[in-house]
Design a protein around this ligand. Structure first.
Ligand code: ADP
Length: 319
């Protein structure tokens, strides 16, 4: 290969820029030409594609978001739309592409590979919801943001005999909630893996209030499980705590990437370029047991979630 493209797709995450920088610099240093494809697959179809120089990726390793922009383009599932995208790449002589995003973006990358453009996926999402990798780029930074927010909520809920319910992201993956729950010493964690039983939570809170004499309680809950404001009302009505809900929202997607995410992005970017230079496509890069590895995207997409039992047990044992 002589010319490769790079794009970011789906929800953004801190560390995407570090990955863009790594792919660009490693690629240029290996004698490749590197092209930035703006706004994900949308820019690929529209031909919003520009060469990237070393300088274009200066001073971004520490910046959140993505300099290439991201977008969603559901029509990319249509063959004709992808054919149009491929014509845009062919016009510029781009033979291979690095796609940074979540599993939806991986599906697009796989389809393109099947149509003759080798693609490599990098896991860019704060949700840690890609099963083949222990960590996605952005998860650790988002965890720091959540921990910081919960620590602050703890101070104020302590003073007011409050139960703070903190809703965090994760897109059906409970890692952000569980890791934050352990790191913050939360009283209760609710994820799709733990299940949600409202009465059990109310019982637990009455116990914490009346028997354990706790001054406050923190519940960390994953998004898409229940209406946290309604839950807060029920807590105020049915327990001695005054319930308050905080939805952290998109704050979790922002901020300067932590060193771990910068390292992960740099190592994964390097791996992506190495794979493309070997003529390999249709794979995604992962970190497993501290090693940078890659798997066929097809296989990665149907890997079962690693058991979260050990951490769930730890959380229980810390209570
Ligand atoms: P994420 O990559 O974070 O999971 P999405 O699921 O929104 O985010 O996917 C990002 C983009 O990837 C979509 O907007 C679409 O352009 C493309 N995509 C998703 N699923 C497919 C698919 N099955 N085939 C081709 N492209 C897809």
């Amino acid at each position: 290969v002589k010319r490769i493209g790079i794009l970011t797709s789906g929800g953004d995450s801190p560390g995407m820029n570090a990955a863009i920088r790594a792919v660009t610099r490693v690629g240029l240093n290996a004698g490749l030409e590197v092209f930035g494809i703006y706004n994900g697959y949308k820019g690929m179809v529209e031909g919003y594609i520009e060469p990237l120089t070393r300088e274009d990726v200066s001073e971004i390793v520490n910046r959140g978001g993505t300099i290439l922009g991201s977008a969603r383009l559901p029509e990319f599932k249509d063959l004709e739309v992808r054919q149009k995208a491929i014509r845009q790449l062919e016009k510029r002589g781009i033979e291979a592409v690095v796609v940074i995003g979540g599993d939806g973006s991986y599906r697009g990358a796989l389809s393109l590979t099947e149509m003759g453009i080798n693609c490599i996926g990098l896991p860019g999402t704060i949700d840690n919801d890609i099963n083949c990798t222990d960590f996605t780029i952005g998860f650790q930074t988002a965890l720091e943001t959540v921990v910081d927010a919960v620590d602050k909520l703890r101070d104020t809920s302590n003073s007011h005999h409050r139960c703070s319910i903190v809703e965090v992201m994760g897109n059906r993956c409970g890692d952000l909630a569980l890791w934050a729950g352990i790191a913050c010493g939360a009283e209760i964690v609710v994820t799709s893996e733990t299940g949600f039983d409202e009465n059990e939570i109310l019982d637990r809170l009455r116990d914490l209030d009346l028997i354990r004499k706790k001054k406050h309680a923190i519940i960390v809950i994953s998004e898409k499980i229940t209406d946290v404001h309604q839950l807060a009302k029920k807590i105020s009505l049915n327990t001695g705590f005054s319930g308050r809900a905080t939805v952290l929202g998109h704050i979790q997607r922002g901020g300067s990437p932590c060193p771990f995410d910068r390292m992960l992005a740099s190592q994964m970017g390097e791996k992506a370029v190495d794979l493309l230079m070997q003529g390999i496509g249709g794979q995604c890069v992962a970190i497993h047991d501290n090693k940078i590895v890659s798997y066929p995207i097809e296989k990665a997409l149907c890997m079962p979630a690693e058991s979260r039992k050990p951490l769930t047990n730890l959380f229980e044992r810390l209570g």
